[in-house]
Design a protein around this ligand. Sequence first.
Ligand SMILES: *[C@@H]1O[C@H](CO)[C@@H](O)[C@H](O)[C@H]1NC(C)=O
Ligand SMILES: *[C@@H]1O[C@H](CO)[C@@H](O)[C@H](O)[C@H]1NC(C)=O
Ligand SMILES: *[C@@H]1O[C@H](CO)[C@@H](O)[C@H](O)[C@H]1NC(C)=O
Ligand SMILES: *[C@@H]1O[C@H](CO)[C@@H](O)[C@H](O)[C@H]1NC(C)=O
Ligand SMILES: *[C@@H]1O[C@H](CO)[C@@H](O)[C@H](O)[C@H]1NC(C)=O
Ligand SMILES: *[C@@H]1O[C@H](CO)[C@@H](O)[C@H](O)[C@H]1NC(C)=O
Length: 427
Amino acid sequence: MATGGRRVTCCCAAVLLAAALLLSAPEATEAYDSLDPNGNITIKWDVMHWTPDGYVAVVTMHNYEQFRHIGAPGWRLGWTWAEQEVIWSMAGAQATEQGDCSRFKGNIPHSCKKDPVVVDLLPGTPYNMQIANCCKGGVMSTFTQDPANAASSFQLSVGLAGTTTEAVKLPKNFTLRNPGPGYTCGRAIVGKPSVFFTADGRRATRAFMTWKVTCTYSQFLAQKVPSCCVSLSSSYNSTAVNCPTCSCGCPNPNGTDCVKKGSPHLGSATGGPGKWSGQPLVECTWHMCPVRINWHVKQNYRDYWRVKITITNFNFRMNYTEWNLVVQHPNFDNITQLFGLNYKPLTPFGGGINDVAMLWGVKPDNDVLMQPGKPGSVQGELLLRKDSQTFTIGKGWAFPRRVYFNGDNCVMPSPEYYPSLPRMQAL
Ligand SMILES: *[C@@H]1O[C@H](CO)[C@@H](O)[C@H](O)[C@H]1NC(C)=O
Ligand SMILES: *[C@@H]1O[C@H](CO)[C@@H](O)[C@H](O)[C@H]1NC(C)=O
Ligand SMILES: *[C@@H]1O[C@H](CO)[C@@H](O)[C@H](O)[C@H]1NC(C)=O
Ligand SMILES: *[C@@H]1O[C@H](CO)[C@@H](O)[C@H](O)[C@H]1NC(C)=O
Ligand SMILES: *[C@@H]1O[C@H](CO)[C@@H](O)[C@H](O)[C@H]1NC(C)=O
Ligand SMILES: *[C@@H]1O[C@H](CO)[C@@H](O)[C@H](O)[C@H]1NC(C)=O
């Protein structure tokens, strides 16, 4: 095997097989994530009042996922009307298509589509088209990182619909895109009507009717290939372990699916919400990943040790705002100090095991991972207290067990290549 070369250059079969196994590893089938078992986006429809031919509803989406947000260019929510309903008007969002409204005279609906798709309005929308919690370009943060921006609302006036709780037919076939695939939505379920309090909290009002739809995410549905990989390095061994070859796909022989370092390219994400292809345009590397996370064991003191994390962006089509990492390491219950990073322990299994942490960049600079060259990377450091019972830099113990970037499981090198100490020096 390639003995401590800077990269794992060995050819073909073994590596490709290993890569293929890794690719199939993350959450193979179902929309269930062991690190966030209850994570979901809940869409709530509150019917606020009846109109002569239907109702006015406020729709609110709450992101109840621990570490997955919806970044630019934002969410796209779709459904299918049960009957002949139309949307007379909207505030705080808009339907992407009006559809065929030719049967209407006089007042023309906002949308006559049987299966409308709704997108958020952009920041700076005129006040008369806004409602509370709208107009953020479809971006929804995680509750952990930014609770004030973890929800999104819009209002719509529905016509040719029922005008009593018994007569209203619930919309069907909800779809939520981010704007790519990944979310699966259940059916609408009528629940207890929402209660709203006035600003002074002295009076409560009630929605006429409320239904909810829950959508869950699956990385498997979202993309066929991983979107990030992990490289490892240390101060005690000059061997750096790079991302596995073809972690996120192999470059095609023509070199047409990536950009050679330093060559010109059309980087910016083009077009409006409808145009976004979601396809990354990456710099040519042997891993072909849009994002690489390097975990560097930087220092080893008597009572503490220090890790430097560097995230590098290879995707010319993306500035990752409000990025986050989820990392699993057995020493994470002893994080003492962070530099450039915020931290929240996640205890997905409810019990006392506290070895999973969510990390995200400190504002205003470290929270945006800019496109390659501008400068295209962010860094942070962790200082951890040693537990003499368990701490060792032998056998790759100092390296993470799992890493997620923006909720996607990253490809790790195979443990056999981890930098190690010669046996005699192991602490
Ligand atoms: C969605 O998340 C909320 C908040 O964590 C939780 O109360 C609810 O049970 C979840 N819904 C489903 C269907 O998992
Ligand atoms: C809802 O989706 C299912 C499966 O995609 C499809 O069979 C059904 O026809 C759709 N219903 C409507 C009303 O569009
Ligand atoms: C590579 O080039 C060949 C010949 O020019 C072309 O037929 C093929 O479609 C190209 N492959 C890709 C993935 O662009
Ligand atoms: C990223 O941000 C920079 C600076 O604001 C901007 O010039 C560039 O076009 C952005 N790139 C993308 C892909 O949006
Ligand atoms: C690490 O954290 C655990 C759990 O909080 C605690 O029991 C242990 O004493 C800590 N070890 C050190 C060296 O601080
Ligand atoms: C560095 O780590 C590699 C991979 O585990 C190992 O083969 C090599 O012996 C180590 N080098 C030193 C100087 O310890």
